[in-house]
Design a protein around this ligand. Structure first.
Ligand code: PMP
Length: 354
């Protein structure tokens, strides 16, 4: 065997959710927003002049950074933007988790965290969530090389109250604490107001969920300027022009339309609460999700079989076969009409047959 094979970086990649094509599919498997982006996004898209693509984009994505700074009451140098929050989180792992000590994140959380840790050779430990999938803050009060908390957590949907998040940040002032707020706009208080008080806090958010732009790939981090500068230094050591022009322009339009954002998130929250009731009536147990998805289990229906039955009927949800999640399905909140199709299917036959 040629020796180059020995030196290939051996990694086990993250497995993204399926992206089935076609309009007949009800896609409740990757937590996308069921509503279109703000009307200004479509307008800006129509007005875009392809001649601009001749040039490189602004490496600092100044226009988008400015709009975000305004929206969150921060300075421009307190914001870092990237190609989806996966890009931002990966960059943050590479930048801040560079000690020999293990970083900490829960045993049940976003399954990309262990993948980045392995890719970058970062040791990690995974404190166990309690039996109700809640974070135990005392588990994060020990020597560590950094902390990552998704809040609300995924795939459980459970929110850790802000005073407990602050408690963890305060107890770890020698490490960077990343709070991944991919779903915060659907419930719960953001940690952004804590930024002026803690120089070790990095809050990461995304346009993929509450701003309906998963396909554009826009994410951002907010923190004190020293953290943001460190992120920029690593980014510019790897690839300066990460964000393309349409993403910057359309992302900026999405941030500007606060009313549309409020209205669509409100609708999704209302549909979620209705879904908790309807699925509860069908015998499902739902965690107290504050996100745009539910994490559900049923005593009489095995999750993998239900997953397959739904898929065979054109309804895609997500199943995580790991030991603590194997009895659950994660169901993204769709439009009211899509959710009705789901309820009807579950009501009609499926639960009897499984
Ligand atoms: N964090 C969490 C907790 C997520 O569930 C996701 C969605 N897969 C992301 C980050 C990344 O989302 P994106 O890269 O689309 O911003």
């Amino acid at each position: 065997m040629s020796s180059w094979r020995e030196f290939i970086r051996d990694v086990e990649p993250y497995v993204p959710g399926e992206q089935p094509r076609g309009d007949s599919v009800i896609k409740l498997n990757t937590n996308e927003n069921p509503y279109p982006p703000a009307p200004g996004v479509e307008r800006a898209m129509r007005e875009m002049d392809p001649a601009m693509f001749r040039k490189y984009p602004d490496p600092s994505a100044g226009m988008l950074t400015e709009a975000l700074a305004k929206r969150y009451g921060l300075e421009r140098d307190q914001i870092f933007v990237g190609v989806g929050s996966d890009d931002v989180l990966g960059m943050a792992f590479l930048t801040f988790f560079n000690s020999q000590k293990p970083i900490l994140f829960p045993d049940v959380t976003y399954s990309f965290y262990p993948v980045w840790a392995q890719l970058f050779g970062i040791p990690y430990e995974t404190p166990r969530l309690d039996a109700d999938f809640r974070v135990k803050p005392q588990d994060y009060k020990r020597d560590n090389g950094g902390i990552v908390l998704a809040n609300p957590n995924a795939p459980t949907g459970i929110y850790l109250p802000l005073d407990q998040v602050e408690d963890i940040i305060k107890a770890n002032q020698d490490s960077v604490v990343i709070v991944d707020e991919a779903y915060i706009d659907f419930g719960g208080e953001s940690a952004v107001p804590l930024i002026p008080r803690y120089d070790n806090l990095l809050v990461v958010q995304t346009f993929s969920k509450s701003r309906s732009l998963a396909g554009m790939r826009v994410g951002y981090a907010m923190g004190q300027k020293e953290l943001i500068q460190a992120l920029h230094n690593v980014k510019y050591s790897y690839n300066s022009y990460t964000m393309n022009m349409p993403s910057m322009i359309l992302g900026t339009e999405a941030v500007k339309d606060e009313a549309y954002f409020q209205e669509t998130t409100r609708r999704i929250i209302a549909t979620r609460e209705e879904a908790k009731r309807r699925l509860g009536d069908l015998g499902f147990t739902c965690t107290d999700s504050r996100t745009n998805f539910l994490f559900i289990t049923h005593e009489k229906a095995a999750a993998p079989e239900l997953f397959e039955a739904l898929k065979n009927n054109g309804i895609y949800v997500r199943y995580f076969p790991a030991s603590r999640t194997k009895d659950y399905l994660r169901v993204t909140i769709g439009t009211e009409e899509e959710m009705e199709v789901l309820y009807k299917f579950l009501e009609s036959s499926c639960l009897d047959r499984i």
